[in-house]
Design a protein around this ligand. Structure first.
Ligand code: FCB
Length: 450
């Protein structure tokens, strides 16, 4: 534990601080939109551990004013939410639904009325079911049309845009390990999906700019990969290639890393790569978001360890997280945040960085109506210290968004894992700020002047 473990950090006045959510995880109101691949996936028996579906989720669309009042009371500057593509364009093609766009229009206005900056993610994994999926060029083009339409409507008021959230997760958990929608287990399709997601990003950037949107960028989940021993170095490099360098090299205009192409040649011929696509993907970024939770330690193993199927072509190895871990089994390693930010700063010099998600799942204690989550408070405190260290070392980090405002549907884990700083009662959906929310309120009240 670091020397600063119990000392409260003072937030710099020029750091934008907020919280984040994602449409499928919180919205509810399934009747008000088209179907997404997560609705389909949730119907597969066993796909989501507790059988949770998208209704009512946190009922966030109907309770938005209440949630927003909480956000404002806690003193946050910004709120990152995602637009549900099937809510504004039910099939992903053709006409846009005005009622769907109106929902987000109101959200943006209400945020601005409270002095909270709206940060919009256009794709946080809820792809319209009727589209052919991410293995297809068409889906990337459809995404750009959708991005442009949303920006036409909201672009005059949204302060910052992310095309995609964590394309690695959408590609590999969705198409290699199959633990996320659409649940495919096809390594070649996973790679083609990663590529077309990035193409969607690039075409989306152009569409956003054409519509006059301010500050378009992307959110990645870069993860420092550490080899535990020399025998694991090749596996660690492979994992780093698929998870980090593939995305960073494409964004930096360096194309696809040669070692990644070679290591995946057995199941992917890369025949889908086009020079014109690569140019679009390298469209300059106004900012880069980094979602940081943990690191990966790779150790030697005779047979592939759990989770390695998400890195097709990887030599045999196993993940070896160290204690302490969160309820997700993710190692708590605040120093890794500095490494993750440094990785982005080195690959994309001059691009301002944001921590667009950071947080932890723990079991909360509810005692006489108060929600005690001191482990989550420790997690935030330690990661804020790391963020301050990154800034001191010269890394240009402009914002920090805690994941998450609310306990919500943690994808395949359903409601069994809670990340919120505000508790959502599983029966009544009543909101109750946790100790961590009050900790944030105190930090925000005590911030340094700009
Ligand atoms: C990230 C996702 C977010 C949430 C957190 C815990 O990968 O972007 O939606 O599930 O993990």
């Amino acid at each position: 534990m670091s020397a600063t473990a119990n000392i409260e950090p003072q937030l710099p006045g020029d750091l934008v601080v907020g919280t984040a959510t994602a449409s499928w995880q919180v919205e509810g109101d399934v009747a008000g939109r088209g179907r997404s691949i997560w609705d389909d996936f949730a119907e597969v028996p066993g796909a989501i551990v507790d059988g949770t579906t998208g209704e009512p989720a946190c009922d966030h669309l109907r309770r938005f004013d209440e949630d927003l009042a909480l956000l404002a009371d806690l003193g946050f500057d910004a709120y990152r939410f995602s637009v549900s593509w099937p809510r504004v364009q039910p099939t992903g093609r053709g006409e846009f639904r005005h009622e769907g766009l109106d929902v987000y229009d109101r959200m943006v206005d209400r945020l601005l009325q409270r002095g909270i900056a709206p940060i919009v993610t256009l794709y946080h994994w809820d792809l319209p079911s009727e589209l052919p999926g991410w293995g297809s060029h068409e889906t990337a083009e459809r995404f750009a049309a959708y991005a442009g339409a949303v920006a036409e409507r909201l672009g005059d008021r949204v302060s910052r845009w992310a095309t995609l959230n964590e394309p690695w997760v959408a590609a590999y958990l969705g198409h290699a390990s199959g633990i996320h929608a659409p649940g495919a287990r096809d390594p070649g399709l996973a790679i083609s999906s990663a590529y077309h997601l990035m193409l969607a990003h690039g075409l989306g950037m152009r569409a956003l700019r054409a519509a006059g949107a301010r500050d378009p960028g992307i959110v990645l989940n870069l993860i420092p990969v550490y080899a535990e021993d020399t025998a694991s170095a090749a596996a660690a490099r492979h994992i780093d290639g698929l998870h980090n360098r593939f995305f960073l090299d494409l964004l930096a205009g360096r194309g696809i890393p040669q070692d990644v192409r070679e290591a995946t040649g057995g199941f992917c011929d890369w025949g889908f790569v086009r020079d014109a696509d690569l140019a679009a993907i390298a469209e300059p970024l106004d900012w880069l978001g980094e979602n940081y939770y943990s690191v990966m330690r790779v150790a030697r193993a005779e047979s592939p360890g759990p989770g390695l199927e998400a890195y097709p072509g990887c030599p045999s190895a196993a993940f070896a997280p160290r204690e302490p871990t969160t309820a997700m089994g993710w190692e708590v390693y605040p120093a890794g945040l500095v490494d993750a930010l440094q990785m982005a700063a080195t690959a994309l010099p001059g691009v301002p960085l944001w921590v667009t998600e950071n947080g932890a799942a723990y079991e909360d204690d509810v005692i006489a109506g108060a929600v005690r989550d001191s482990e989550r408070v420790d997690y935030f405190r330690q990661h804020i210290w790391s963020l301050l260290q990154a800034r001191e070392s010269g890394i240009d980090v402009r914002g920090y968004l805690a994941w998450s405002l609310l306990d919500n549907i943690e994808w395949a884990e359903g409601f069994t894992k809670r990340f919120g700083i505000v508790r959502v009662d599983p029966e009544t959906l009543d909101r109750a700020p946790k100790e961590s929310a009050l900790w944030w309120k105190a930090r925000l009240a005590d911030r340094l002047s700009p």
